[in-house]
Design a protein around this ligand. Structure first.
Ligand SMILES: Cc1cc2nc3c(=O)[nH]c(=O)nc-3n(C[C@H](O)[C@H](O)[C@H](O)COP(=O)(O)OP(=O)(O)OC[C@H]3O[C@@H](n4cnc5c(N)ncnc54)[C@H](O)[C@@H]3O)c2cc1C
Length: 471
């Protein structure tokens, strides 16, 4: 079967990979000159990489790990010490560790909370643990039902104190969804927490050893090409052409650089586009169908990814850090965490700025000035005083509409991969799958779409085995 797939992000590539594995011929049509979508990256004039997003991989990503295992590239993940690390704004340049011991789940997470004395008092720890328990004991149905509450509302109902919300959950909500606890659905954070609580290595974090288009997307493309599939760059879907019965007749692809438009025909068609693009390209006759009307309830959330190259080392921590700053979310010194970006003498901080709603339209200069102000509070010894570290250069990557905005009530709007149109499917992290708006969600959605097309039984990967910490 020929399957035309619009969108060369992780969902589109994963869908194509599992289709060639099942003996079919996918044709991936990506609008840009780079693959990866939200994991896309570019080289600057000095040959340094900059990315759409700082990406952390988790032990609780079975489908990503399975796919990387199938491509024999698992060694490209650099596993870090099993811990979540928070900045302590009131004690600059000190860090609070939730170190997770290598003991069975869920005791590993409970122990990591009990052992942390910097951020939580004993009363807070107990209220925190009791508050979280229903999410664990009552299963995914309970977690899904909590989509009616914001995280803040849910924490209040559970009696988890304001201090825990402000110290831990603001950072968690910003890191996972780029919005604050009062704006994010409780389901999102409970889903992530449950995976961490239920899986021994679920919260273990890895970084890819280089830029995702080269180190993750390219091996998927190589596999697709080697097995008879096609992947085309600079092929933007312009229009979904329909037959009288509303099924798809072809994908009209816009011709670039003076080339004429062309029609690509296939046996099946997949949109692996961002939800905002899919809404724009929605054919008029489909707008009457409740299935497609639901997409109106979804939209991408703004986020900004920053890269700051300094003239010296600011930290030697080789891990993801939760900044606990108003403006910034998670960050990492990529000169420590990522082999391709390694520099023994100079730091490159990659930082997610979130929530970004009030910043997305501001100039790069204004964004960097505000970021440096916040960094002065995190690294006063290095960034203030007589001989502060100098910023050598920076890159700001703005994504006005990234993953879907995970506000309360969104679960009801997330569509299945199968649609009411016989020969048309959806694939993307925003479609319904249990891993939310993440790389794992994108990979799983692509796999589910391929399984729906080939009528294969739906299988998701089991929990991965013990993960190796990179020395
Ligand atoms: C700043 C940031 C940090 C993140 N951090 C993490 C993290 O730490 N861990 C994690 O798991 N996830 C993270 N994510 C989320 C993760 O990157 C996404 O969930 C995932 O990559 C989405 O993949 P996708 O294929 O569903 O969509 P996309 O990546 O959006 O792919 C859609 C593709 O469609 C293409 N396209 C658009 N229009 C057209 C058209 N007309 N024709 C053809 N193609 C078109 C786009 O160019 C793109 O390649 C982060 C995202 C961002 C932005």
């Amino acid at each position: 079967m020929r399957v035309a797939i619009a969108g060369g992000g992780l969902a589109g590539l994963s869908c194509a990979k599992y289709l060639v594995d099942a003996g079919h011929t996918p044709i991936v049509l990506e609008s840009r000159d780079v693959l990866g979508g939200l994991v896309a990256a570019w080289k600057d004039e000095d040959g340094d990489w900059y990315e759409t997003g700082l990406h952390a991989f988790f032990g609780a990503y079975p489908n990503m790990l399975q796919l990387m295992g199938e491509l024999d590239i698992l060694d490209r993940l650099q596993w870090k010490e099993h811990a979540l690390i928070f900045n302590q704004p009131e004690k600059p340049e000190t860090y609070s560790y939730f170190s997770v011991p290598d003991i069975p789940a869920p005791f590993h997470i409970v122990a990591s909370i009990l052992k942390n004395n910097d951020m939580l008092t004993w009363e807070q720890k107990i209220r925190f643990a009791i508050g979280l328990w229903p999410g664990v004991l009552r299963g995914q149905k309970y977690v899904e039902d909590m989509d009616k509450y914001s995280l803040r509302e849910w924490l209040e109902r559970q009696g988890v104190g304001e201090r825990v919300t402000s110290d831990i959950f603001i950072a968690a909500a910003k890191a996972l969804t780029f919005i604050n606890p009062e704006d994010v659905s409780a389901t999102i954070i409970l889903t992530a927490l449950n995976k961490f609580l239920q899986q021994r290595y679920g919260s273990k974090i890895a970084f890819l050893d280089g830029a995702p288009p080269e180190r993750l997307c390219q091996p998927i493309v190589d596999h697709i090409l080697a097995n008879g599939g096609q992947v085309h760059l600079k092929k933007p879907l312009k229009q979904i052409l329909l037959n009288e019965d509303k099924t798809v007749r072809g994908f009209l692809v816009r011709g670039l650089d003076g080339a004429p438009d062309e029609v690509i025909t296939a046996d099946r068609y997949v949109s692996a586009l961002p939800v905002d693009v899919m809404k724009v390209l929605m054919p008029q006759p489909w707008k009457e169908l409740p299935f497609f009307q639901k997409l109106e309830g979804l939209e991408g959330v703004p986020v900004i990814n920053l890269h700051l190259w300094f003239d010296r080392k600011l930290t030697d921590i080789d891990h993801l850090l939760f900044s606990r700053s108003d403006l910034l979310s998670v960050y990492a010194d990529m000169s420590n965490t990522c082999k391709t970006y390694a520099d023994p003498d100079r730091s490159m901080l990659e930082i997610v700025l979130a929530p970004a709603k009030d910043w997305i339209d501001q100039s790069d200069e204004a964004i960097i000035a505000a970021t440096l102000k916040e960094l002065e509070r995190l690294f006063p010894h290095h960034l203030t005083g007589e001989d502060p570290a100098k910023l050598r250069k920076y890159k700001v990557v703005k994504t006005p509409r990234s993953t879907y905005l995970a506000s309360p009530g969104r679960q009801a709007y997330r569509p299945s991969q199968e649609t009411p149109i016989d020969n048309f499917y959806l694939s993307a992290a925003y479609t319904m799958q249990q891993y939310l708006g993440s790389m794992e969600g994108a990979i799983l959605s692509g796999k589910l779409t391929a399984q729906a097309i080939t009528n294969a039984p739906v299988t998701t990967a089991p929990e991965p085995p013990r993960l190796v910490t990179t020395p």
